[in-house]
Design a protein around this ligand. Structure first.
Ligand code: ADP
Ligand code: MG
Length: 565
């Protein structure tokens, strides 16, 4: 008997769903793209339990005829292309005709749609890809799609879903990205009944940028505008000195498609050149418009990438566009901050005094240190390359990595404060306003409890604004904004699991607050760093596990100088 069978359409769709529908956020992306393709000017997304229980997308677009409402769920059914030539002249998001069929095959799905000229709308209900009912229904013009219990019939896939907050953060990212490029369309996102995003249709891209990424970020960016007959590149890039610790604020839209492209990212970084300090990333929002035949959009099932036909030209045009923007900014006579100066917080060292439960400032206590016994065992001889402290130790010569060492000191200090909770809170004289992007404000809300335990106090305002009223006593207030921004950027982009959030917060705070590698320290500061290191628990490594010092013992020296065998 023949072993080979043709798979059923439902099973084929479920297999295809594996590529198209990775997680709830992919459903939101596909449905919103359909709404935009249908000419919607207002899109509302309502999700419950990170989209795992419910995703509802409503739009005021063109709607569908009753026949199409069912047809739309057939695999490879699309109104957007008709021939292979069309593939190279695509002006819509969709073209594969796969999304509705794929989503329907792994969920319980209801579609209600009405064209404005029709008296009534149509409703179709699918479960696991099988049509359950269809009929007329009263509904407003446009389309409403409800997706319930995603992966209810594919438990193996369901197991791969992450925590509710992780899935939600992916959804927030999808809506933010689409909202950034479609400024004329209003977007609303609610989760478990709480509104997370609400932006009205806007007339300019900069207004939308401010609404999604934050009003304050507008001051940190430069406009990019580069036009040739074959390509238009416009958008915004971060000013030199406003670079970030992660790639999170890098948005690229190619003919309106939200994609990532390593070549474009490279071209941007190369254009910044030495303006960009090591291990930092420029922010950019770039909208590239090129002739559709110059770009293949059919290279990724979830349409997350495109393929440029002439990659060299794209590299050249993007780097030129960015260079021009940077040079124009510099020539306007705006003094350019030296990158490493803006990065490094001035050194302030804090000693975790577990028994006393207090910290003290170095200048006032320099004398106190010299009275201590530790100073006789560690004497700083010099600073090497603004990075290493050369130390005369009882065992020999020690080389201390100043950043790693201070990172450990700060880490233990923060940890200690976190344990002692609000006892070490310091009220800010001038409260600090932190404007957040949607993702950041989502993360901040989520992490608020942990931050409070560490000594922060926030007032939450609507529209992604947080007002910091107090911070841990050990965080130097002068650099507070920079340190906090960098930290927020890192934790929100990494989407860390809630349980390791406190640990992550401690590590990033310690890293950002620690004196940098390459930073000159006065002799007094060098000495204080060593003294505090000697009083700090776990002082042999930094919080990431790197050693804080390397010792060349007298034994070793004697062997090297052939004084002994
Ligand atoms: P594609 O977008 O690739 O065409 P989909 O499976 O996403 O494939 O959608 C199938 C078809 O259903 C679309 O081509 C479109 O005609 C119709 N459709 C889907 N969503 C909407 C919507 N929100 N408004 C109007 N028509 C829609
Ligand atoms: Mg589609």
């Amino acid at each position: 008997m023949s072993q080979i069978k043709v798979l059923s359409d439902t099973l084929i769709s479920q297999i295809a769903a594996g590529e198209v529908v990775e997680r709830p956020a992919s459903v939101v992306k596909e449905l919103l793209e359909n709404s935009l393709d249908a000419g919607a000017t207002q899109c509302t997304v309502e999700v419950e339990q990170g989209g795992m229980k419910l995703i509802a997308v409503r739009d005021n677009g063109n709607g569908m005829e009753p026949e199409d409402a069912v047809m739309a769920f057939t695999r490879h059914a699309t109104s957007k292309i008709a021939s292979v030539d069309d593939l190279f002249n695509i002006h819509s998001f969709g073209f594969r005709g796969e999304a509705l069929a794929a989503i329907a095959s792994v969920s319980q799905m209801t579609l209600r749609t009405r064209q404005s000229a029709m008296n009534a709308g149509s409703e179709v209900v699918f479960e696991g890809g099988i049509l359950q009912s269809k009929g007329a229904v009263g509904c407003p013009p446009g389309t409403e799609i409800l997706v319930r219990n995603l992966f209810f019939n594919t438990p193996a896939r369901k197991k791969f879903l992450k925590a509710e907050t992780t899935e939600l953060s992916h959804i927030v990212a999808v809506v933010s990205h689409l909202a950034l490029d479609n400024s004329a369309v209003g977007f609303v996102l609610t989760h478990n009944g709480k509104q997370l995003i609400s932006v009205p249709p806007e007339s300019t891209k900069i207004a939308r940028f401010a609404a999604i990424i934050g009003k304050k970020m507008v001051e940190e960016v430069l406009p990019v505008s580069f036009v040739t007959p074959s390509i238009t590149i416009n958008g915004f890039i971060g000013k030199p000195g406003a670079e970030l610790a992660s790639k999170r604020h890098q948005y690229l839209f190619v003919n309106g498609r939200d994609v990532t492209d390593p070549l474009v990212a490279r071209a941007v970084i190369d254009a910044y050149g030495s303006r960009l300090p090591g291990r930092t990333y420029p922010m950019f929002v770039l909208h590239i418009e090129i002739t559709p035949s110059e770009v293949d959009v059919n290279v990724h099932p979830r349409k997350l990438m495109v393929k440029f036909l002439d990659t060299q030209r794209i590299y050249r045009d993007v780097s030129q566009a960015i260079s021009q923007a940077l040079v124009a900014y510099e020539q306007r006579g705006v003094s350019m901050p030296v990158a490493h100066e803006t990065q490094a917080p001035s050194p302030t060292f804090f000693v975790p005094q577990a028994s006393l439960g207090m910290n003290y400032a170095p200048s006032a206590n320099a004398q106190t240190f010299a009275a201590t016994t530790t100073i006789r065992t560690v004497e700083c001889l010099a600073q090497l390359a603004n990075s290493y402290l050369l130390v005369a130790d009882e065992q020999g010569l020690a080389l201390v990595d100043q950043h790693a060492a201070h990172e450990r000191i700060m880490y233990e200090s923060f940890k200690h404060r976190a344990e002692l909770a609000s006892a070490h809170t310091q009220q800010l004289l001038v409260p600090l306003t932190v404007e957040c992007s949607r993702e950041e404000s989502f993360f901040l809300t989520d992490a608020l409890e942990h931050l409070t335990k560490m000594g922060f106090e926030f007032d939450t305002w609507s529209g992604g604004t947080f007002v910091m009223r107090a911070c841990p006593a050990s965080l130097k207030t002068e650099n507070l904004e920079k340190i906090f921004r960098a930290f927020l950027d890192e934790v929100s982009s990494e989407r860390v699991h809630k349980t390791i959030l406190p640990e992550k917060l401690l590590k990033s705070l310690a890293c950002k607050a620690a004196v940098k590698f390459g930073m000159p320290l006065t002799h007094q500061e060098q000495q204080e760093l060593l003294t505090k290191l000697a009083q700090t628990p776990n002082s042999s490594t930094c919080p990431h596990g790197r050693p804080t010092s390397v010792v060349v013992s007298f034994d070793e020296l004697e062997r090297r100088f052939y004084r002994r065998k």
